[in-house]
Design a protein around this ligand. Structure first.
Ligand code: NAD
Length: 434
């Protein structure tokens, strides 16, 4: 079985390696030649735990992974083609930008020569897979291909494990032939009794957006509750814990913090409500989640600014954590950087430290200064801000830190520290929802 992944980013590269781990031969295509060249030198375009080792295993040792920029030779031999290109938010209207997806559909239509299953793994609004079928069907015989949807649920930071041990696999199909091929590809997961949810294509597309929007809703719900907790002297961590112990609710995604960021939730929440509007359906809850989360960076920045009587000009802040979550170098829609940008705009200086995301930040945000470790970042700081819950920030030596900073105030937006312990050590502690 020849598998081709078109788009060798987070999802394409990790799914490709996952299928190689299952024993299949996979060709990864990307239009970014530099990315392919670097990969061929074992330089990973992204940081993801275990990625470098798994890539070496299948590119160098088993040779099950091939890299190419040549659509024609790889697509003509493909049995299954996965579309795994990005679907970012369109700035003008918040809809999913499907330019790359449709351009890949054109390439597929021009290059496949024998029956092939075309699987849309990119997150796309409902109706997109059917449109891809139309685009391709205009150019080639309809018997030469089937279209299926196979949304991806991996999480950055634990992506390899998520792919190899998913909670479920969703396949949206419209022919028995397509279903059979996808079930064959995921057959190695039968041993772990992974549920394979087989639906029609539209349902599969909706499952992906509903799942992300629901998780984003949980985060936003507890964040809004945390705002109330702060006003009335309640503790949101206790609220979350008690709520989470109710098995109908569950404890995951119920931690108050800076809000959700990253390359998926923000854009998917926006695209989901936009799609519903097109069908005259109001997803008011999802819209509210988007609005509420959008306010989060300025709300938290205000907590910092008001502490300094609304004048932070010339003050030095150490910003600990830049990636949108730990164990990744992805800074797309990072709330930490949004907060940093607000402070810089008001004349503050930022010295940032992140275990993996500093290089990406440096490329896009020249106003940031960087340090080699959290302690150096805090030198002479007027305030320490923790935005990303990297393990490295969970047990800082606060006694040592006290002698490094100028002012002993910590804005702990992940609630990593015990308020009493910190205060007993001579720190002021501003956290979330407590
Ligand atoms: P990405 O930006 O990391 O990678 C996309 C890749 O596609 C890039 O390498 C780009 O060069 C390549 N590309 C773009 N147009 C191309 C073309 N015409 N031909 C060949 N290659 C092309 O994106 P990603 O994070 O992997 O996301 C891909 C899709 O998967 C998105 O729809 C996203 O919503 C979804 N998704 C992402 C995650 C995640 O955690 N990143 C999780 C689940 C689903």
């Amino acid at each position: 079985m020849n598998i081709v992944m078109v788009g060798t980013g987070y999802v394409g590269l990790i799914s490709g390696l996952g299928f190689a781990e299952f024993g299949f031969n996979v060709t990864c295509i990307d239009k970014d030649q530099d990315r392919l060249r670097r990969l061929s030198e074992n330089i990973m375009p992204i940081y993801e735990p275990g990625l470098k080792e798994l890539f070496k295993k299948h590119y160098v040792d088993t040779k099950r992974i091939k890299l190419t920029g040549d659509y024609s030779s790889s697509l003509s031999k493909a049995d299954v083609v996965f579309i795994t290109v990005g679907t970012p938010s369109r700035r003008i209207d918040d809809e999913a930008d499907l330019t790359d997806v449709y351009s890949v559909a054109d390439e597929i239509a021009s290059n496949i020569k024998k029956y092939c299953l075309i699987v849309i793994k990119s997150t796309v609004p409902v109706g997109t897979s059917r449109k891809i079928k139309e685009i391709i069907g205009k150019k080639i015989d309809k018997n030469l291909f089937d279209v299926a949807s196979n949304p991806e649920f991996l999480r950055e930071g634990s992506a390899i494990d998520d792919f190899l041990r998913p909670d479920r696999v969703v396949i949206g199909v419209e022919t028995k032939r397509g279903e059979k091929i996808l079930k064959l590809l995921y057959r190695p997961l039968y041993i772990s009794e992974t549920p394979i949810v087989s639906t029609n294509i539209e349902t599969a597309e909706i499952i992906k957006y509903s799942s992300n929007s629901f998780l984003a809703t949980k985060i936003t719900f507890i964040n809004e509750v945390s705002n109330l907790c702060e006003k009335v002297g309640a503790n949101v961590q206790d609220v979350s814990r008690a709520m989470g112990l109710d098995r109908r609710i569950g404890s995951k995604f119920l931690h108050a913090g800076p809000g959700f960021g990253g390359s998926c939730f923000p854009k998917d929440v926006k695209a989901f409500s936009k799609t519903a509007k097109k069908y005259d359906v109001a997803l008011t809850l999802v819209e509210a989640v988007n609005l509420s989360n959008r306010e989060r960076p300025s709300l938290l920045a205000k907590k910092i600014i008001s502490y300094y009587s609304n004048n932070i000009k010339g003050l030095n802040f150490s910003l600990l954590g830049l990636s949108f979550k730990p164990n990744t170098d992805d800074i797309r829609d990072s709330i930490s950087i949004m907060i940093g940008n607000i402070l810089i705009e008001l004349g503050a200086n930022i010295v940032a430290y992140d275990p993996k995301a500093m290089a990406n930040t440096q490329k896009l945000y020249p106003a940031y200064n960087f340090a080699e470790d959290p302690y150096s970042a805090c030198k002479n700081a007027d305030g320490v801000i923790i935005c990303t819950e990297w393990n490295e920030f969970r047990a800082l030596n606060i006694v040592k830190l006290k002698n490094i900073v100028k002012r002993t105030i910590m804005f702990d937006f992940r609630n990593l520290y015990n308020q009493t312990e910190l205060e007993n050590s001579g720190w002021e502690h501003v956290s979330v929802g407590r």
